[in-house]
Design a protein around this ligand. Structure first.
Ligand code: AMP
Ligand code: ZN
Length: 468
């Protein structure tokens, strides 16, 4: 299995630190608003990476944080006249709803920065003790030039470096020993949330959060650290400097970064104002379609969002769902249950598509090619599954299709939601059919309801129904 490692700029064979286990950390969102579909890209991509590792039999410890203390959260709280805590709690809850709707598996742990300040203070103290950090008037800075490997992830030369986009503006900025030094701890300003520390009452810098939370929940060394490509510099570069200096060990073996979700070929972002929230998209589309759209491109390629591409994702997904529905229907009505020799051979042949899928996923999670193999399987299903096949044959194809789509996080056996008034209307239609002695139609309606999970009971008082 090969993974493209930003550190070496090459695809490398994946070798876990510990046999059968994967320790994975994904930088999560800053929670001051609803997440946009650009933020959803790393969530979908790395959930799929996790699912594929699990498919291969690995036990995955998946940690992803919420950054719940930040200038933008504080600004929003001031605008609304509420506490920063209220803002972050609200948007963590909303983000979790969106993640569930996108079928993203809950993380093993979602640490909150504000609950881990103690550990961050300890880590900063270690860095000071080791000479990698210094304090000036309550602010603690990281001594960047002291860390010899600085720039190894972003492949930047120290002398060419200017401060990145995400540089934290702090009081006392001019007191740094070197313009390259970055903030580990900063004193509070009036009205800001703050915690006690040996240096000042204040709050941690953004980068130290992830170094500490990754260490606490996964250990000093992890297999994979991931996020969007805008995080390579300075965030991940700084995380490496902090973690490796404090722990004296290589931090993460593989660094994975997803490309941007663009709109009109520009990065979708809150600051540019060119974004759609996941919630907005969910009003128009089933979020499975968004997930399918995201996985139709390689995760490292830029992906342009458009209504046309979403429509085409919808049509493609529909083909998979229809094949699954046909298999369910045929299986329910299958006359026999024994595999014929011919069916055995066909099932062997269907494994070719599974191999194609795995080959694509083994090659740095090439979901675009993996989806092509799913479509080959769908074509195979459509040409070989019919009313003459045994239930075993149909169920086996269904199981194969379901196993592959599950890696992509696509649910094929979703029961259609049915409204109470629709159930009542169908029951009335069935009663009318029975009155006309059209029992075939009456039975068909009962079966249709059963397929939607509704059980009918004919009682003396009339027809009653319940959900299965
Ligand atoms: P933020 O809340 O800005 O820290 O972003 C949370 C995650 O979303 C990070 O991994 C970012 O790299 C990622 N991200 C933000 N915007 C985009 C985008 N337009 N395309 C892909 N990933 C993005
Ligand atoms: Zn991070």
């Amino acid at each position: 299995m090969k993974i493209y490692n930003t550190l070496s700029k090459r695809k490398e064979e994946f070798v876990p630190l510990e046999e059968g286990k994967v320790k994975m950390y994904v930088c999560g969102p800053t929670v001051y608003n609803f997440i946009h579909i650009g933020n959803a890209r790393p969530m979908i991509v790395f959930d799929t990476v996790r699912r594929y590792f699990e498919y291969k039999g690995y036990d995955v410890n998946f940690v992803s944080n919420f950054t719940d203390v930040d200038d933008k959260i504080i600004k929003k709280a001031i605008e609304e006249g509420v506490t920063a805590d209220e803002i972050s709690k609200r948007y963590i809850a909303e983000c979790k709803k969106d993640m569930e709707a996108m079928n993203i598996k809950p993380a093993t742990k979602n640490p909150l920065a504000t609950e881990e300040i103690c550990g961050m203070v300890d880590m900063i103290q270690t860095l000071i003790d080791k000479g990698y950090a210094y304090e000036k008037n309550g602010t603690v800075y990281y001594r960047t030039r002291k860390f010899k490997d600085y720039g190894k992830l972003s492949h930047k030369n120290l002398d060419d470096l200017r401060s990145g986009e995400r540089t934290l503006l702090v009081t006392g900025e001019d007191e740094k020993e070197d313009p390259l030094d970055f903030v580990l701890w900063k004193p509070k300003k009036e009205g800001e949330p703050a915690w006690k520390s040996p240096w000042s009452e204040g709050r941690p810098g953004w980068h130290i959060e992830c170094s500490e939370m990754s260490k606490k929940y996964l250990g000093e060394q992890i297999d994979i650290h991931a996020g969007g490509e805008d995080l390579i510099f300075p965030h991940h570069e700084n995380e490496i400097a902090q973690s490796e200096a404090a722990n004296g060990k290589e931090f993460a073996k593989y660094w994975m970064h997803n490309g941007f979700l663009n709109i009109d070929n520009r990065k979708m972002s809150k600051s540019l104002g060119n974004f759609f929230t996941v919630r907005e998209i969910s009003e128009k589309y089933d979020l499975q379609i968004l997930r399918f759209f995201m996985l139709s491109a390689h995760y490292r390629s830029p992906l342009n969002f458009s209504a046309d591409l979403m429509e085409s994702a919808k049509t493609s997904l529909e083909r998979i769902l229809t094949a699954a529905e046909n298999l369910r229907f045929l299986s329910k009505n299958a006359a026999n249950d024994t595999l014929t020799d011919e069916e055995n051979e066909l099932l062997d042949k269907s494994l070719e598509y599974v191999r194609g899928f795995e080959k694509a996923m083994d090659d740095d999670f090439n979901t675009a090619d993996a989806i092509a193999s799913v479509f080959d399987l769908v074509k195979f299903i459509n040409t070989t599954a019919d009313g003459s096949r045994s239930k075993k044959y149909l169920d086996s194809l269904y199981e194969t299709l379901s196993r592959l789509t599950d890696v992509l996080g696509i649910i094929i056996d979703r029961k259609e939601e049915i409204l109470d008034e629709d159930i009542e209307a169908m029951i009335e239609k069935r009663q009318a059919a029975r009155k006309e002695k059209n029992f075939a139609l009456a039975d068909q309606i009962r079966d249709e309801l059963l397929a939607k999970g509704i059980i009918l009971e004919d009682t003396r008082e009339g027809v009653k129904w319940k959900k299965a």
